[in-house]
Design a protein. Structure first.
Length: 291
């Protein structure tokens, strides 16, 4: 059994401590790499207290029948936007306060040492940015930014929180559990009277600068990441089952280029059958052991 003394591990699946032989294998993999391409997923942020969707037993899909908002529904439906923003408004203070964990800091240090060539994260929590990573692409965007679907004007999510507070001075809601993308669970009754601001510039619809389910990553961003991968000599996947194609495509490209691929993830991934190395450990426990 695996004890969880830290409250931040509530959303981390149980796993054994790193095996010394596996640590040595990953050390060898990293040492042999000169331009490492790293892709991270929700499993690197669960140790910061942010739940994910797919982890066995502790992910959102395992714990509830809730599903994330779909892009088409958000764009089409005012009530869907009201529900999304009400939940996001309640969850934002806690979600925005999460801090990077050891794994984020190790990857930042690898960048400073010139070992990490490029980092691509599928997460929208800004924890890599908070850690100080600069050679970074946020594949699915970031919840800390909001933009207008009509005129493209951008504002910080923290600024939008003030607009929400001004529009809803007496509105209060108690949350029922936290979700992976910073929102919380609320009832339809709680959401009904929540007021959603429009774009200050043109009155258009405000949307977080993230790729919702059912939407696609821009061609420009995909091409940019492919270029960074083409400059790399190996790929490390940390904390991702790679079930979402927007990230998986880069693993397929790495395989096509015959780059060695190492995976650090608790539980099976979509790459297990063609990875050079697969390790079932916590990112924050194993990565600091690599020199």
């Amino acid at each position: 059994s695996v004890s969880r003394t830290s409250p931040d591990l509530a959303f981390v699946p149980a796993c054994l401590p790193p095996d010394p032989a596996e640590v040595e294998e990953l050390q060898h993999f990293v040492s042999n790499s000169k331009r490492l391409f790293v892709m991270t997923g929700a499993g690197i942020s669960t140790e910061s207290g942010i739940p994910d969707y797919r982890s066995e037993g502790v992910g959102l899909y395992a714990r509830t029948d809730r599903r994330p908002v779909q892009h088409a529904e958000f764009v089409r439906s005012a009530s869907a936007r009201q529900r999304y923003w009400a939940r996001n408004f309640v969850g934002w203070p806690q979600f925005s306060s999460h801090q990077p964990n050891t794994a984020h800091l190790v990857l930042r240090d690898w960048e400073k040492l010139g070992k990490l060539h490029w980092l691509v994260t599928q997460n929208v929590d800004a924890l890599h940015t908070k850690a100080g990573s600069q050679r970074l692409t946020e594949l699915h965007g970031c919840t800390h930014r909001v933009f207008c679907l009509s005129c493209g004007d951008q504002i910080l999510r923290s600024e939008l929180q003030k607009h929400f507070e001004a529009l809803n001075p007496t509105w209060k809601a108690e949350a029922f559990g936290v979700a992976p993308d910073g929102d919380v669970f609320l009832t339809d009754e709680q959401v009904r009277n929540f007021q959603v601001p429009a774009c200050c510039k043109c009155g258009g619809i405000l949307k977080p600068d993230v790729t919702f389910f059912g939407d696609t990553v821009s061609r420009e961003k995909v091409n940019f990441v492919h270029q960074r991968l083409a400059e790399s000599d190996s790929m490390l996947v940390a904390g991702s089952s790679m079930q979402v194609y927007s990230g998986y495509r880069f693993a397929l490209a790495a395989q096509e280029k015959k780059l060695p691929i190492a995976i650090l993830n608790i539980g099976p991934t979509r790459l297990d059958h063609f990875a050079s190395l697969k390790l079932n450990s916590r990112c924050g426990e194993l990565l600091p052991l690599i020199v």
